[in-house]
Ligand binder design. Sequence first.
Ligand SMILES: [Zn+2]
Length: 66
Amino acid sequence: MKKSEQETIASREFINSVEGCPACKRSFTMGEPIVLAFSPSWEGGKWVHADDARFDREHGEYRVKE
Ligand SMILES: [Zn+2]
């Protein structure tokens, strides 16, 4: 998966489909940058605020910051 495919902005449809950010628990705002990130405590990737994750070049995916 390309890095660009793991980045987008929060749409109204997206915001209505989730309860909030799984990383920081805050809600999303329309137009905010979000990224598909991975965490050891999650099964699969989840969309989080771009600020909550950093890109791991070695694995080619975003990881939630500790
Ligand atoms: Zn967040």
